[in-house]
Design a protein around this ligand. Structure first.
Ligand code: F6R
Length: 353
């Protein structure tokens, strides 16, 4: 039930702070420490490499998960698009563990990989929002996303839940994680709330940047690159604006040819060590006529930034940085008269390969 909300997507974006808090509670032991099922912890720790398999938005969450496992827990990770993995299988390590990330737990592309890796005798863990789903039943282990039902076709709160559960999992399996994760997740939840409370700003931004454009670019470096890919997917699937998410440094290697007078470029600048380079990339596109919209983070903002989000831990910045791009996409779709919750040609769970 969407209650008083005009769209499920808006309701589900609004639920995101509560989702992060709920996950923190669900993954807490009596002593208040973050924890996961010890059998899963052991399976991950015994693996010499993790293979994350997912599609769409869940794949974008997986790219962030790789950073968590590698940076916090020092476990090497490969992230693969489910539909490609079956016939482009990489050489596997000696003791792989497969992690399937799937909101619905029913995505056929992911399931065919799961069937294959089970045939090969490997262990699999499913991260899903749907207990009892096919991917959950057929894997050895399940970690739940606790996002609550997601009805809008465009995934929002499930993505935030995936990123949060990936962070918790990597943190728990890490030897000496260099982050106070529980505290930082609380800060991130508050940051999401304060962004959501500024909805009108995003409605106005969408109106001034995206009302009539045919295309748009999202750029970022590091963690922001992955959020750029997610921002582009969100925008195209519900507003039908052709959008691409790019690594800030990569645009000039070809794609910058597409920048014309007024082309919207949404630039995410939440990562301190690359902020200068990213701002350099913004100058490059502005010099070719682009209409920039910089989303920065408190502590590194500059005068003309369109949006500054509250400070969160750099590893958790995707949790906060994704929210402005979700909201901008939502309002762009709305203003362009699109069916936000049920975009054309799409189904909530994709059960064909
Ligand atoms: C985009 C979106 C899709 C799904 C993808 C995987 O907003 O919802 O890209 O993320 O179809 O679905 P799940 O996570 O259910 O496997």
């Amino acid at each position: 039930d969407k209650g008083t909300y005009p769209h499920y997507m808006l309701k589900e974006m609004d639920e995101q702070p509560a989702v992060v808090r709920r996950i923190t509670q669900k993954y807490e032991n009596e002593a208040g420490q973050l924890t996961i099922d010890p059998a899963i912890q052991q399976a991950i720790q015994e693996a010499d490499r993790l293979y994350i398999i997912a599609a769409g938005t869940s794949y974008h969450a997986g790219l962030i998960g790789k950073q968590y496992f590698e940076k916090l827990a020092k476990i090497p990770v490969e992230v693969h698009i489910a539909s490609e993995f079956g016939y482009n299988m990489p050489l596997l390590s000696k003791k792989p563990l497969f992690i399937f990330i799937s909101q619905s737990g029913e995505t056929a592309d992911s399931r065919q990989v799961l069937v294959k890796v089970k045939e090969l005798g490997y262990q699999a863990l499913t991260m899903t929002n749907a207990p009892g789903s096919t991917l959950s039943r057929e894997a050895d282990y399940t970690l739940l996303l606790h996002a609550g039902p997601e009805i809008a076709v465009a995934s929002t709160k499930a993505y935030v839940a995936q990123v949060a559960v990936l962070a918790i999992t990597a943190y728990v399996v890490a030897d000496q994680p260099e982050i106070e994760l529980k505290k930082e997740l609380g800060i991130a939840a508050n940051a999401i709330q304060s962004i959501i409370d500024r909805k009108e700003e995003f409605a106005k931004l969408a109106e001034s940047f995206l009302a009539t454009t045919r295309n748009a670019f999202f750029i970022g470096r590091g963690m922001d690159y992955y959020v750029s890919m997610e921002g582009a997917l969100k925008l195209k699937e519900i507003s039908y604006i052709q959008a691409e998410g790019f690594a800030g440094g990569e645009l000039k290697h070809g794609t910058i040819a597409l920048i014309e007078d007024g082309t919207p470029v949404i630039a995410l600048a939440t990562q301190k060590e690359v902020a200068l380079n990213l701002r350099g990339n913004v100058k490059e596109v502005v010099a070719r006529g682009a209409n920039p919209c910089i989303i920065s983070m408190e502590g590194m903002e500059e005068a003309n930034d369109a949006i500054t989000i509250p400070h969160v831990h750099p590893l958790l910045s995707p949790l906060a940085a994704v929210v402005p791009v979700q909201l901008i996409s939502y309002y762009a779709a709305l203003q362009r008269g699109c069916d936000v919750d049920k975009p054309r040609n799409l189904a909530k769970s994709v059960t064909v390969e």
